[in-house]
Design a protein around this ligand. Structure first.
Ligand code: G4P
Length: 292
């Protein structure tokens, strides 16, 4: 897992990305950090605080349609306690995206008031999107762009090629997101990213990964998972994950010649169903850290 991340994020690439983000940061007043609501810890970039320094920030807990609603609320409260504004969004349907301008205004309040005190009536605020791969940055930008057709063309003093979308009467968004790297040094982070499909399956052992997912599901016991595979809730505490994977494969009729169970196919199916929320709306990481 970590090998693949190093291939994607070799040091030269990271330095280049960092420089690009730093130059974009000069153009904006605030940052919207998109993370995956199912794995709010693992889908964050470890160096973002250092990179954005004191710029105001909004957290977008994206893919909330696939995360547990109670858990998402707990995360929003958790951030609020730290003084961070977070909103849950779903960039597939566009749900809650209308809350975005107000959230940005909240974090920009001081700057807006300062500028208003200087006589600017309605100061324009600019924001950029950042996040690790696959959290939904392009989906967010596309949805916002569709909802707000007015595109602000290149303007004097702004690097050619930068496009801005008008989101509200005092908010513009840079059309290019900052693509950040995930954490490399934590095996659990790597696993959780792989659960959601943020790390490609070609570079992980799918059966091992599926068994790690089953280790987690056995503890959480989501109702949809249990009913989907017609499992006994009580058996989950005593069964080994490799055995459970075989049972699931057998129930789905995944056999290879000789009557053996095709556990690789079962693993791919299980991961696929988890990733499309067919096993329920499941949040893997909780603010109290219980599941990590
Ligand atoms: P990125 O720019 O940060 O790399 O992410 P991108 O927007 O490409 O989104 C990655 C995948 O996540 C896409 O699926 C996208 O449709 C999906 N996605 C983004 N936001 C949401 C959301 O709020 N809810 C759900 N359920 N899915 C979301 P894909 O399989 O790669 O492509 P496709 O299904 O759109 O064809």
């Amino acid at each position: 897992m970590s090998d693949m991340q190093y291939i994607q994020w070799f040091p030269g690439h990271m330095t280049k990305t960092k420089r690009q983000i730093q130059s974009s940061l000069k153009l904006v007043d605030a940052v919207a950090e998109i993370i995956d609501a199912r794995i709010p810890v693992s889908s964050r970039n470890p160096d973002l605080n250092k990179l954005i320094q004191n710029k105001p920030r909004v957290i977008l807990l994206n893919k909330c349609d696939m995360a547990n609603q109670t858990a998402t609320k707990m995360w929003i409260d958790h951030y609020a306690k730290q003084g961070i504004t977070a909103i849950a969004v779903d960039c597939k349907s566009g749900r809650n995206l209308n809350k975005f301008p107000a959230a940005v205004n909240t974090v920009m309040k001081e700057k807006i008031q300062r500028l208003q005190a200087k006589g600017m009536k309605n100061p324009m605020m600019r924001i950029m999107i950042v996040g690790i791969p696959n959290v939904g940055k392009s989906s967010f930008i596309n949805k916002i762009a569709k909802q707000n057709r007015a595109k602000v063309e290149d303007r004097p003093g702004v690097t050619r090629g930068n496009q801005w979308f008008t989101i509200s009467k005092n908010l513009e968004m840079l059309d290019t997101p900052g693509v950040l790297w995930p954490r490399f040094d934590d095996k659990i982070v790597g696993e959780h990213l792989a659960f959601t499909g943020a790390v490609k399956d070609q570079v992980v052992d799918v059966e091992l990964l599926a068994m790690r997912l089953l280790d987690f599901l056995k503890k959480l016991k989501p109702a949809e998972f249990i009913s989907r595979f017609k499992l006994e809730e009580t058996e989950l505490d005593s069964i080994e994950s490799h055995e459970l994977l075989s049972i699931i494969g057998k129930k789905r009729g995944m056999l290879i010649s000789g009557g053996e169970i095709d556990t690789e196919r079962a693993a791919i199916m299980l991961l696929d169903e988890f990733r499309s929320a067919k096993l329920g709306r499941i949040t893997v990481e909780m603010p109290n850290g219980e599941l990590r």
